[in-house]
Design a protein around this ligand. Structure first.
Ligand code: MG
Length: 360
């Protein structure tokens, strides 16, 4: 019933790299886009139009043209099914639900185009000034997949080609509407966005890490938290200096980067780390992030202690972590809390710390 044409021949001038070959999780953008159409009842073949896409199993690849519509034309030549869906290779988040909705509507109405209402205000412009105030309710933006009766879309393409206008159009609904009939609109999806610039990829491969640590208070040891000396008669019992929040942060960073925890890197029976300054642990984690080209997008640290009162040190500790990781302090949130005198911490026998990090 349906062939699918995936337009994947766009040069990535705006991105500066091949956006379709970028990975989201385990798959490339293009493979993820293709997978959205697999195993849907009624879809017969998937055709990728591209000059340089790698072979993807179960998919026919045909060479493209100079512009998007010349490429889609090449895809259309390879279609055999009665209906066709045209989709952007750079829209990997399309849901199967939307695909099915478009197929259904194309079967009933001959065409189907997903669209979104405009939520921002619209302004006509001229020389940097507002020149008109259009009503946004009269406009929508359109997405893909767009569904059509194949022979009618082929006819529209033939007309556009004959008039020498094919290269001018930006999508198939424009061509179909001009030469065949107005397209049927179907509600699209906000999440079905097109990856256009490098910024669109930001956060798509975010990694989360968490860390926890607790140490017992002892007399006769300086208290060091987040690398800052705290004026207090007790310190934290540990093989190292006992800086629990730095240990928690180090674990969060290491695990988010897919590494083992702090104890594996710095065993607590290794004499080299006796009374060690915990800042070396954090620096090691920062080095690993750099190696893996990962950076901290946000870091949240919570220190849990009945005493001492930590509010005078919060900003200093935050700045110190930022300096150790060489990141802006705005990316770090640090808070302190008590346990309302409950449990070991509430009895002031220990201090604990939690950390959560998002790496991008
Ligand atoms: Mg520890």
């Amino acid at each position: 019933m349906f062939d699918v044409i995936i337009a994947a021949n766009g040069n990535s001038v705006r991105m500066g790299f091949d956006k379709l070959a970028e990975k989201i999780g385990e798959n490339t953008v293009l493979a993820r886009t293709v997978n959205a159409f697999r195993d849907i009842d009624g879809i017969e073949r998937i055709i990728i139009v591209s000059d340089d896409a790698p072979d993807i199993e179960g998919v026919l690849t045909v060479k493209g043209g100079k512009t998007r519509e010349l490429s889609v034309l090449e895809g259309l030549k390879a279609t055999k099914a009665e209906y066709v869906l045209i989709h952007d290779g750079a829209r990997p988040f399309v849901s199967r639900e939307l695909i099915k909705k478009i197929m259904q509507s194309a079967l009933i109405c001959g065409s189907a185009v997903p669209c979104l209402k405009i939520t921002d205000s619209l302004r006509g412009i001229s020389d940097g000034y507002v020149s008109s105030l259009p009503d946004r309710n009269s406009f929508v933006t359109v997405q893909t997949p767009q569904g059509f009766e194949t022979k009618k879309l082929k006819k529209a393409f033939a007309c556009a080609e004959k008039e020498g206008l094919l290269e001018r159009f930006t999508d198939e609904s424009e061509i179909y509407s001009r030469y065949v009939a107005p397209c049927k609109l179907v509600e699209g999806e906000q999440s079905n966005r097109k990856l256009t610039t490098q910024a669109d990829f930001f956060g798509l491969n975010a990694r989360i890490g968490t860390g926890f640590d607790i140490h017992r208070y002892v007399e006769g040891k300086p208290l060091r938290l987040c690398g800052i000396e705290i004026d207090y008669p007790y310190g934290l019992l540990a093989h190292s200096d006992g800086d629990a929040p730095l240990h928690a942060v180090t674990d969060a960073l290491l695990t988010a980067a897919g590494e083992r925890d702090i104890g594996v890197f710095f065993p607590d029976d290794d004499p080299r780390y006796e009374n060690a300054d915990s800042r070396i642990f954090l620096r090691k984690a920062a080095e690993i992030l750099k190696e893996k080209n990962l950076s901290v997008n946000s870091l949240n640290v919570t220190i849990i202690a009945q005493s001492p009162k930590l509010s005078p040190y919060i900003e200093k500790m935050r700045q110190n972590i930022a300096a150790l990781l060489n990141i802006p302090s705005e990316k770090i949130a640090l808070s302190a809390t008590t346990t309302e005198k409950l449990g070991l911490i509430g009895e002031n026998k220990a201090l604990a710390a939690l950390a959560a990090v998002v790496l991008v």
